[in-house]
Design a protein around this ligand. Structure first.
Ligand SMILES: Cc1cc2nc3c(=O)[nH]c(=O)nc-3n(C[C@H](O)[C@H](O)[C@H](O)COP(=O)(O)OP(=O)(O)OC[C@H]3O[C@@H](n4cnc5c(N)ncnc54)[C@H](O)[C@@H]3O)c2cc1C
Length: 392
């Protein structure tokens, strides 16, 4: 068992790792976070939704474990009488498929059923009955996630998750250091220290790289080419007099998604044009909303003809260009360096299970509660991508 672990990056993933290491294994942990305001952190800029409707068993199992944790986060991360509240609601995800997408929707449904995820397939007539506000033109089949004792889908407040893990970690004795790590140094296959940009060095028995969209340059100092890049995603907020009872998170066959948020709605779509690495977050593509998103919204929900866009924000997906799934496990070629990043738009829902898994691996050398080895970065060298059909 390592005596001291350094975690690089104190977002939801890094703070979850730190929290489980300290809480479940009593390990001394230092988290190095360069920006304690979390202004650019994906965890603070996330749409923070959780689903079971993936096409790969490992993603479904991770979300099931994380949902169970989020449902009882008040007890899990309580500090004395203070119980965190992340505002979890579970109205489900509704995937709409055109005729071309029916086969894949059915195949995904089969995987989800095998893994115990509660989703139902709905023909257009049933869809219309359940959601009279929805236009079903062009929809051949839909899949709706249901909330049950073991299954559920919905959304929560991502910044509250980050803070709940961080506060609990600090209460357990984890030391948060405000500094930027510049490089890691190895000797004989082991990482011996992490150096900060102000010239100081942190020594530890193990290191966890959880720097989100900014992880690749640090992995490179270990000789590992991590295929993770920052990819900007815009989220638009709008208000509408439309009332959509029971509105889930809807994914249109076009790639448009929307869901309720507070008194209004949020929505997004795949970026148009070049999906540049490190595009500045303030460069929001407002034209995307006016030219493409709004017409598609109104086509799917006619009552959205009347809406008012109020604001927008953007954050970076830590996008895994190899196969758009998390890279979780030991850094190839090292004994004591671990990574957890590359979640490509489904990371905050995976934070509890991934944090717990990495803590187990670092502390005991194996996964104990949920085997996360399908997400091992070793799949890159072996050229075996873990293909997830449902990436939003
Ligand atoms: C617009 C948007 C919508 C999303 N929607 C969803 C969703 O609906 N559901 C879902 O599950 N996920 C979603 N995601 C993805 C999810 O938010 C991320 O996968 C998750 O937050 C990643 O957490 P993280 O801790 O790895 O990264 P971050 O929160 O980015 O944390 C990384 C931290 O590392 C720090 N750091 C970086 N480099 C260094 C360094 N050299 N030294 C020290 N510190 C460093 C950064 O300051 C940062 O705080 C969305 C993301 C975006 C941007």
């Amino acid at each position: 068992m390592p005596q001291h672990v350094v975690v690089i990056g104190g977002g939801a993933i890094g703070s979850s790792v730190a929290c489980f290491l300290a809480r479940d294994f009593g390990v001394r942990v230092t988290v190095v976070e360069r920006d304690p305001s979390y202004r650019f952190a994906s965890s603070a800029l996330s749409a923070s939704s959780i689903r079971q409707q993936f096409s790969t068993a490992i993603n479904i199992r991770i979300s099931q474990a994380s949902l169970a944790f989020y449902r009882r986060i008040g007890e899990e991360l309580a500090i004395g009488d203070e119980r965190p509240d992340i505002g979890l609601v579970e109205p489900g995800y509704l995937f709409l498929a055109s005729a071309a997408g029916v086969e894949i929707l059915r195949a995904n449904h089969e995987v989800q059923r095998t893994c115990g995820a509660d989703a139902v397939l709905l023909a257009p007539a049933e869809l219309q009955r359940r959601f009279p506000w929805l236009a079903v033109e062009g929809v051949a089949l839909a899949s709706l996630g249901l909330s049950t004792a073991t299954s559920g889908e919905g959304w929560f407040d991502g910044y509250s998750v980050l803070q709940a893990f961080r506060r609990k970690a600090i209460a357990l004795g984890v030391n948060y250091v405000a500094a930027a790590i510049e490089r890691m140094t190895t000797a004989g296959g082991r990482v011996v220290r992490a150096q900060t940009s102000d010239g100081s060095a942190l020594e530890a028995d193990a290191f966890v790289l959880a720097a989100g969209a900014w992880s690749a340059p640090l992995a490179r100092t270990l000789g590992f080419d991590l295929p993770v890049r920052a990819r900007k995603r815009d989220v638009f907020v709008f208000h509408s007099p439309a009332r959509l009872p029971g509105c889930p998170l809807v994914i249109d066959p076009s790639g448009l998604w929307f869901r309720p948020e507070g008194q209004g709605f949020i929505c997004g779509a795949p970026p148009r044009g070049e999906d540049l690495d490190d595009a500045p977050l303030e460069a929001i593509d407002h034209g995307l909303f006016d030219d493409w998103i709004w017409p598609h919204l109104a086509a799917r929900v006619p009552a959205f003809e009347a809406l008012r866009r109020t604001h927008a924000w953007a954050g970076y997906y830590e996008y895994n260009t190899f196969d758009q799934n998390g890279l979780v496990g030991r850094v190839p070629g090292t004994d004591n360096a671990f990574v957890a990043c590359g979640f490509s738009g489904h990371g905050i829902q995976q934070a509890p299970a991934v944090g717990r898994g990495i803590a187990e691996l670092v502390a005991t050398g194996e996964y104990r509660t949920l085997d996360l080895s399908p997400l091992s970065p070793a799949r890159i060298a072996s050229g075996a991508p873990l293909v997830e059909a449902n990436v939003i």
